[in-house]
Design a protein around this ligand. Structure first.
Ligand SMILES: [Zn+2]
Length: 156
Protein backbone atom coordinates (compact mmCIF):
# COMPACT_ATOMS: atom_id res chain seq x y z
CA UNK A 1 0.00 0.00 0.00
CA UNK A 2 2.83 2.39 0.85
CA UNK A 3 4.46 1.67 -2.51
CA UNK A 4 1.25 2.56 -4.37
CA UNK A 5 1.16 5.88 -2.51
CA UNK A 6 4.79 6.53 -3.42
CA UNK A 7 4.11 5.76 -7.10
CA UNK A 8 0.93 7.82 -7.54
CA UNK A 9 0.90 10.47 -4.79
CA UNK A 10 4.46 10.75 -3.40
CA UNK A 11 3.84 14.08 -1.59
CA UNK A 12 0.89 12.59 0.33
CA UNK A 13 3.05 9.67 1.45
CA UNK A 14 5.77 12.01 2.77
CA UNK A 15 3.11 14.13 4.50
CA UNK A 16 1.70 11.01 6.25
CA UNK A 17 5.25 10.10 7.31
CA UNK A 18 5.36 13.49 9.13
CA UNK A 19 7.97 14.99 6.80
CA UNK A 20 6.36 18.29 5.68
CA UNK A 21 9.52 19.78 4.15
CA UNK A 22 10.11 16.68 2.03
CA UNK A 23 6.41 16.65 1.13
CA UNK A 24 6.51 20.29 -0.04
CA UNK A 25 9.67 19.64 -2.08
CA UNK A 26 8.00 16.59 -3.60
CA UNK A 27 4.81 18.54 -4.29
CA UNK A 28 6.85 21.14 -6.24
CA UNK A 29 8.36 18.30 -8.30
CA UNK A 30 4.86 16.98 -8.96
CA UNK A 31 3.55 20.43 -9.97
CA UNK A 32 6.53 20.86 -12.29
CA UNK A 33 5.79 17.40 -13.69
CA UNK A 34 2.11 18.24 -14.18
CA UNK A 35 2.99 21.61 -15.79
CA UNK A 36 5.58 20.21 -18.16
CA UNK A 37 3.97 16.82 -18.93
CA UNK A 38 2.63 18.27 -22.19
CA UNK A 39 6.00 19.81 -23.16
CA UNK A 40 7.93 17.06 -24.91
CA UNK A 41 7.30 14.71 -21.99
CA UNK A 42 9.70 16.57 -19.69
CA UNK A 43 7.11 16.15 -16.93
CA UNK A 44 7.84 12.40 -16.83
CA UNK A 45 11.40 13.22 -15.68
CA UNK A 46 10.08 15.34 -12.79
CA UNK A 47 7.53 12.65 -11.99
CA UNK A 48 10.33 10.06 -11.84
CA UNK A 49 12.33 12.42 -9.61
CA UNK A 50 9.31 12.80 -7.28
CA UNK A 51 8.85 9.01 -7.05
CA UNK A 52 12.60 8.55 -6.51
CA UNK A 53 12.59 11.21 -3.80
CA UNK A 54 9.64 9.61 -1.99
CA UNK A 55 11.00 6.07 -2.33
CA UNK A 56 14.38 7.21 -0.96
CA UNK A 57 12.58 8.48 2.14
CA UNK A 58 10.59 5.24 2.25
CA UNK A 59 13.76 3.15 2.22
CA UNK A 60 15.17 5.21 5.06
CA UNK A 61 11.94 4.66 6.99
CA UNK A 62 11.96 0.90 6.28
CA UNK A 63 15.60 0.63 7.35
CA UNK A 64 14.75 2.40 10.62
CA UNK A 65 11.81 0.07 11.19
CA UNK A 66 13.98 -2.98 10.43
CA UNK A 67 16.66 -1.71 12.79
CA UNK A 68 14.04 -1.27 15.52
CA UNK A 69 12.66 -4.79 14.87
CA UNK A 70 16.16 -6.29 14.97
CA UNK A 71 16.92 -4.42 18.19
CA UNK A 72 13.68 -5.69 19.73
CA UNK A 73 14.49 -9.28 18.64
CA UNK A 74 18.00 -9.01 20.08
CA UNK A 75 16.59 -7.74 23.37
CA UNK A 76 13.99 -10.52 23.41
CA UNK A 77 16.68 -13.15 22.74
CA UNK A 78 18.84 -11.79 25.53
CA UNK A 79 15.88 -11.97 27.91
CA UNK A 80 15.12 -15.54 26.74
CA UNK A 81 18.76 -16.55 27.28
CA UNK A 82 18.68 -15.12 30.79
CA UNK A 83 15.45 -17.01 31.51
CA UNK A 84 16.98 -20.22 30.09
CA UNK A 85 20.10 -19.79 32.22
CA UNK A 86 17.99 -19.23 35.33
CA UNK A 87 15.84 -22.24 34.37
CA UNK A 88 18.90 -24.47 33.84
CA UNK A 89 20.29 -23.43 37.21
CA UNK A 90 17.00 -24.27 38.91
CA UNK A 91 16.76 -27.62 37.09
CA UNK A 92 20.33 -28.53 38.06
CA UNK A 93 19.78 -27.81 41.73
CA UNK A 94 16.45 -29.64 41.82
CA UNK A 95 17.72 -32.68 39.87
CA UNK A 96 20.87 -32.89 41.97
CA UNK A 97 19.04 -32.66 45.28
CA UNK A 98 16.16 -35.05 44.56
CA UNK A 99 18.10 -38.25 43.67
CA UNK A 100 20.38 -37.86 46.67
CA UNK A 101 17.60 -37.31 49.18
CA UNK A 102 14.83 -39.59 47.91
CA UNK A 103 16.44 -43.05 47.32
CA UNK A 104 18.17 -43.62 50.71
CA UNK A 105 14.95 -43.79 52.80
CA UNK A 106 13.30 -46.20 50.33
CA UNK A 107 16.14 -48.56 49.28
CA UNK A 108 18.38 -48.55 52.36
CA UNK A 109 15.97 -50.31 54.78
CA UNK A 110 14.97 -52.97 52.21
CA UNK A 111 18.48 -54.23 51.34
CA UNK A 112 19.57 -55.50 54.81
CA UNK A 113 16.15 -57.10 55.49
CA UNK A 114 16.00 -59.28 52.34
CA UNK A 115 19.23 -61.36 52.64
CA UNK A 116 18.66 -62.08 56.34
CA UNK A 117 15.66 -64.48 56.00
CA UNK A 118 17.41 -66.38 53.16
CA UNK A 119 20.40 -67.23 55.34
CA UNK A 120 18.18 -68.42 58.23
CA UNK A 121 16.02 -70.45 55.88
CA UNK A 122 18.98 -72.24 54.27
CA UNK A 123 20.95 -73.17 57.42
CA UNK A 124 18.28 -75.35 59.16
CA UNK A 125 17.82 -77.43 55.97
CA UNK A 126 21.40 -78.73 56.17
CA UNK A 127 21.28 -81.62 58.68
CA UNK A 128 23.56 -84.58 59.50
CA UNK A 129 22.60 -87.89 57.85
CA UNK A 130 20.82 -90.35 60.20
CA UNK A 131 22.96 -93.21 61.57
CA UNK A 132 21.97 -96.86 61.32
CA UNK A 133 23.29 -99.90 63.20
CA UNK A 134 25.69 -101.92 61.06
CA UNK A 135 24.47 -105.21 62.59
CA UNK A 136 20.67 -104.92 62.78
CA UNK A 137 19.99 -101.81 60.68
CA UNK A 138 17.96 -99.98 63.32
CA UNK A 139 18.07 -96.18 63.26
CA UNK A 140 20.36 -94.89 65.99
CA UNK A 141 20.62 -91.47 67.64
CA UNK A 142 23.62 -89.35 66.68
CA UNK A 143 24.88 -89.08 70.26
CA UNK A 144 24.58 -92.75 71.29
CA UNK A 145 27.69 -94.98 70.97
CA UNK A 146 25.81 -98.31 71.15
CA UNK A 147 22.76 -99.58 69.24
CA UNK A 148 19.54 -99.22 71.24
CA UNK A 149 18.21 -102.57 69.84
CA UNK A 150 21.15 -105.02 69.69
CA UNK A 151 23.77 -103.17 71.77
CA UNK A 152 26.46 -103.30 69.05
CA UNK A 153 29.19 -100.64 69.00
CA UNK A 154 28.36 -97.80 66.57
CA UNK A 155 31.25 -96.65 64.38
CA UNK A 156 31.81 -92.91 64.70
ZN1 LIG B 1 21.87 -102.98 66.30
Amino acid sequence: MAWLMVLFVPPLYLLLQKKPLAAIFNLILCILAGATIFLFGIGLLFWALAIGHASWHMRKQLMRENAEIIAEKMAAKLVEKKIELIGIKNEDTSSRVSPENLPPPTTAPELPVRPAPRQYAETPVVRAEPKFCEDCGVKVDDDSKFCSDCGALIAV
